[in-house]
Design a protein around this ligand. Sequence first.
Ligand code: IMP
Ligand code: MG
Length: 177
Amino acid sequence: MKADIERILIARGAISDRVRTLGEAISQSLEELDKEEEIVLVAVMTGALIFVADLMRYLPMKIRIQLMTASSYVGKSTKSNNDLTLGKLPDVTGRHVLLVDDILDSGKTLTRIRRELEELDPKSIQSCVLLRKKLESAMDVPCEHIGFEIEDEFVVGYGLDYDGYYRNYPDIGVINP
Ligand code: IMP
Ligand code: MG
């Protein structure tokens, strides 16, 4: 697995430091919003798997975790195709939502999920991604919490995959498929 990684972009230590500060910032912003109500944390699978597991341990308020699936990559591709498939939407009506995904690339996934969740009339929605690519399309998507800005390169590890592999790689690395 290691041999396929061209170089490490963000090492595990830097990831965990940032996840902690991100968690603290999110907690503060959710508390300012509402001290009483619980939060529904909607995690987009499978890319956000590791990120959300780490992040939620820095969120001390009452939260429920809801997983939802989204897939836009088919097989050995580093470009998302247009047929985004979403799984069942969680029940967010009348609740505060924190939407968590791994990466903002074209922005199609987060835009579509947020729009569909908004149609369910939640009390509020904030989005959080670990990574955002420096692309105009990604910058245009409303996203309140961002871990790292990265160049437009295909990355794997810490939950992100190529063709289903490398999610278990502990750092974030650039791969040259
Ligand atoms: P978007 O809809 O183009 O923003 O793509 C979002 C989804 O594509 C993310 O949730 C990831 O699962 C996947 N993706 C986008 N860029 C990368 C990458 O560099 N590595 C791995 N997966 C990626
Ligand atoms: Mg994904």
